[in-house]
Ligand binder design. Structure first.
Ligand code: PGA
Length: 250
């Protein structure tokens, strides 16, 4: 049985004051659910968030990680820096980063590799565009996003990784994939991993992301291959975020 996982990606939202209120609210009301709950604040807020969640069940992650260990990479944050502030997870290859900063599969793989080298669990983000879905190339696109990482980091690294599928047409659009649409792709991802390592396929957590809300979380989490969700907009509200987390209960 794989453990459930809910990741809150705050993206570049909320000010300092609201960030503190949000994290304190989550900790105060966090129900006893047998799943892990992670928040990924903007880098600047990570030290404060980490300090506030020490000795709680809430976990801190980051929205990205540098592709290099150290050096002249202006604006980047390394895995060892994230570790200093107790970040346990790092999202790599989010579609917004692929789109606005031109991260290709190779750069994503290097970020992923740095996470592994730093003892941080990478959340390898994959996804198709609406055009790709219409062309019927969803599986091909997602397979390439994963295989390019396997080529560079090796399949064994997936013992310590999470994969998420976040269709671009569902992110921030209010248009969620149905449980069946998400399941179809997540099952495909698990089969792809199974073809390289049945052991990893059995245990790797695979998440769905894209307009996850309290109203649709239960249905998504009921699917056999959906081990958790990556939440953007709804993670900025304590109540919505905790309702999504509570969807694991029954
Ligand atoms: P959203 O973001 O929940 O706001 O659609 C999800 C994501 O970025 O994967």
């Amino acid at each position: 049985m794989r453990r459930g996982l809910v990741i809150g990606n705050w993206k570049m939202n909320i000010n300092w004051h609201s960030a503190i209120a949000l994290v304190d609210g989550i900790v105060a009301d966090m129900p006893a659910v047998n799943a892990d709950l992670v928040v990924c604040p903007p880098y600047l807020y990570i030290p404060e968030v980490s300090a506030r969640i020490t000795d709680t069940r809430l976990i801190c992650g980051s929205q990205n990680i540098a592709a290099h260990a150290e050096g002249a990479y202006t604006g980047e944050i390394s895995g060892s820096m994230l570790r200093e502030f107790d970040c346990k997870y790092a999202i790599v290859g989010h579609s917004e980063h692929r789109k606005y900063y031109a991260d290709d599969n190779v750069v994503v793989a290097k970020r992923y590799r740095q996470a592994i080298a730093s003892g941080i669990v990478p959340i390898l983000s994959t996804g198709d565009s609406l055009a790709q879905r219409k062309q019927g190339t969803t599986f091909e696109v997602v397979a390439k996003q994963i295989e390019d990482v396997i080529d560079i980091a090796g399949i064994d690294s997936f013992h310590h990784a999470v994969i998420s599928y976040e269709p671009l047409w569902a992110i921030g659009t209010g248009r969620t994939a149905t449980g069946e649409q998400a399941q179809e792709v997540l099952e495909f991802i698990r089969r792809l991993i199974d073809s390289k390592s049945p052991e990893i396929a059995e245990k790797i957590q695979i998440l769905y992301g894209g307009s996850v809300k309290p109203e649709n979380a239960k249905n998504l989490l009921a699917m056999p291959d959906i081990d958790g969700v990556l939440v953007g907009g709804a993670s900025l509200d304590t109540d919505s975020f905790l309702k999504i987390y509570s969807s694991f209960q029954n």
